[in-house]
Design a binder for this molecule. Structure first.
Ligand code: ATP
Ligand code: MG
Length: 588
């Protein structure tokens, strides 16, 4: 692989195959040296992490080579489209750190596409078919057998023109009439066997209202939209490889229609395909995500268990962590299943540098420091982010600390105490010393249990000479450093622990298998795959005051527990946190 400098700065890395192609095209002077891409979502759902991979490529190529990237809503199917989706898509692209030049809509070209289709009919290259979808499918043939011509294939041009008008009149019944290209019913590429160009929907469109009742098909829209906008590189996923010859043919025909026969191979968009993002334990595809929302299995598109961009945002992923992950997996020409563990390691790396450290006790038990005066408190200093370093590598303290209140009564994690400690247990146990983070070394002296044997209170004494930061306070002890919060100063909080939504590694294939091989319906198959423990809500947690005051979406690390994010439902009186990811990889 070659290495090139780029406009992003001094960072050098090997080029992916698409960048190599772009550089070759530039070197050959294609499209007059222009680079123009587009990101073409259908506004029928929220963006998911797979889209982030396409966005990073479409916008990234334009950014890297000084070109432009436009946002184009591929709004050719009014049945499922909504402005809610348009707004969310725009918000998510911006959040990921990208900005388009223009917003276009495929529907901007409906008139031009219509005129073009009329010309094709006049040229004898398209005809209106009156057969049902089933009959048309039967006539398609197979990869080894040619198809059969429709009886309407050679109908007079005037008849097709009249029927095409009728298709758009609002009077035609959907499914009774379609416009087809007249190409070759024996073509080795099945898509060339007289593909459908227009269908009747009779559904008002978000942007064009009831102007149109006949709508162009994807294949008859995408390439021409690219061409009309001046796109040079049309990047899409591998399932479109077979569509590329058709894409090229329609662009060629359109150039002919425009009278550009002299330069038919110049100034045209070229399609290049890359592999879709596919992650284990995750089900992408909007159809499935929409069903999860509609069936109430998640709280909405932005439920932190959803693989949507807004779900990841609410879960506590930073845009940079998603970008890092995408940079790591790269772009190839074959399908793969990427590891969720890789995405989580990218978010851990990123949040390690980004997150504010706070103390939170998720499963509390009461500790009394018996030699600490009742009613006394101390404001101790806690570092917000130890990864903030100056040029010499020293931790920056200026503006990077907050205070945490210490007192005689504190909460620690239940798991951090054992009455009869195993040999290797280095946390709190009778007769052992541990350090309380940012505070003192304490020695456990015993505990009190209720009638059932549950620990009610733990007793400790503290060493007043051991406060963190005091000269000589750092004497070595065997025990670990534990986090804690003061009972009278901590705020009660709700903490939502998310786990994988699916318990099977490849839900996409398993969903198909359960339906095809075991005869389950969609809902049954899905229910079989759902992880029953995908959400645990803890309502009896305590966080330090500083954490309770953090605004929504703040990136936090609950020390020794994991990365957490402030949920938009949070208020200072009732803070709510989402677990983004634990501190360690738990997938293996
Ligand atoms: P889905 O199948 O999830 O509904 P889609 O392909 O219908 O997705 P579009 O809105 O049509 O979604 O896609 C917009 C762009 O995002 C397309 O260029 C598409 O190829 C790309 N894209 C969609 N899913 C992925 C994915 N998993 N990985 C990479 N790119 C994707
Ligand atoms: Mg699509």
């Amino acid at each position: 692989m070659s290495v090139a400098t780029n406009t992003e700065g001094s960072e050098k890395r090997s080029l992916n195959f698409i960048e190599q192609k772009v550089e070759k095209d530039l070197a050959e002077g294609k499209n007059g040296g222009r680079i123009q891409t587009r990101f073409p979502p259908e506004p029928n759902g929220y963006l998911h992490i797979g889209h982030a991979k396409a966005i990073a490529l479409d916008f990234g190529i334009a950014r890297r080579y000084g070109g432009t990237c436009n946002l184009r809503f591929d709004d050719t199917n009014p049945t499922k489209e909504d402005t809610e989706f348009i707004e969310s898509i725009e918000q998510d692209i911006k959040w990921l750190g990208y900005q388009w030049n223009h917003v276009f809509y495929a529907s901007d070209y409906f008139q031009e596409l219509w005129d073009f289709a009329v010309w094709l009919i006049q040229q004898g290259r398209a005809y209106v078919d009156e057969q049902s979808a089933e009959v048309i499918a039967q006539q398609k043939g197979t990869t080894t057998q040619p198809g059969t011509n429709s009886p309407f294939r050679d109908r007079p041009v005037e008849e097709s023109l009249r029927l095409f008008e009728f298709m758009n009149s609002g009077q035609a019944t959907p499914g009774t009439l379609v416009l087809r290209a007249k190409i070759d019913m024996a073509h080795p590429n099945m898509l060339f066997r007289d593909p459908l160009l227009y269908r009747v929907l009779n559904i008002p469109h978000l942007r064009t209202g009831s102007r149109w009742n006949a709508y162009p098909m994807y294949d008859f829209t995408h390439g021409q939209s690219d061409y009309l906008e001046g796109v040079t590189h049309s990047l899409c996923t591998l399932e479109f490889v077979e569509h590329r010859p058709l894409y090229d043919l329609f662009v060629t025909w359109m150039k002919e229609w425009k009278g550009e026969t002299a330069d038919i191979e110049d100034n045209r968009p070229r399609q290049t395909e890359f592999n879709k993002l596919n992650l284990n334990y995750i089900l992408l595809s909007k159809r499935n995500l929409r069903a999860l929302v509609a069936d109430g299995l998640v709280s909405g598109w932005d439920d932190p268990r959803m693989p949507t961009i807004c779900g990841f945002r609410r879960r506590g992923y930073s845009p940079e962590s998603i970008q890092k992950f995408i940079d790591k997996i790269g772009y190839t020409t074959y399908d793969a299943l990427n590891e969720m563990a890789l995405l989580e390691s990218a978010v851990r790396d990123d949040l390690n540098c980004r997150s504010t450290r706070v103390s939170a006790v998720l499963r509390p038990v009461h500790v009394i420091i018996t030699n600490y005066p009742e009613g006394q408190t101390e404001e101790l200093v806690a570092i917000n982010n130890p990864e903030l370093r100056d040029a010499e590598g020293n931790t920056i303290t200026e503006g990077n600390t907050h205070t945490i209140t210490f007192s005689r009564d504190i909460w620690i994690e239940r798991d951090d105490f054992q009455e009869e400690a195993e040999k290797k247990f280095m946390r709190m146990a009778p007769g052992k010393e541990v350090r309380l983070k940012n505070a003192y070394i304490v020695m456990c002296t015993g505990c009190k249990k209720d009638a059932e044997g549950h620990i009610e209170e733990i007793y400790c004494t503290y060493d007043p000479e051991s406060r963190s930061g005091m000269p000589g306070a750092d004497r070595k002890i065997k025990g670990k450093t534990l986090h804690w919060v003061s009972c009278d100063h901590a705020i009660k909080a709700e903490v939502r622990l998310y786990d994988r939504l699916w318990k099977v590694e490849n839900p996409r294939d398993e969903l198909v298998r359960l339906q095809d091989e075991e005869g389950l319906d969609y809902a049954e198959a899905r229910a079989r795959m759902l992880n029953p423990d995908n959400l645990t809500v803890l309502t009896d947690c305590y966080v330090e005051e500083f954490a309770a005051q953090m605004p929504a979406l703040s990136y936090l690390q609950f020390q020794r527990i994991g990365y957490f994010n402030v949920d938009p439902d949070s208020t200072p009186e009732h803070p709510v946190f989402n677990r983004t990811v634990g501190l360690k990889d738990t997938w293996r």
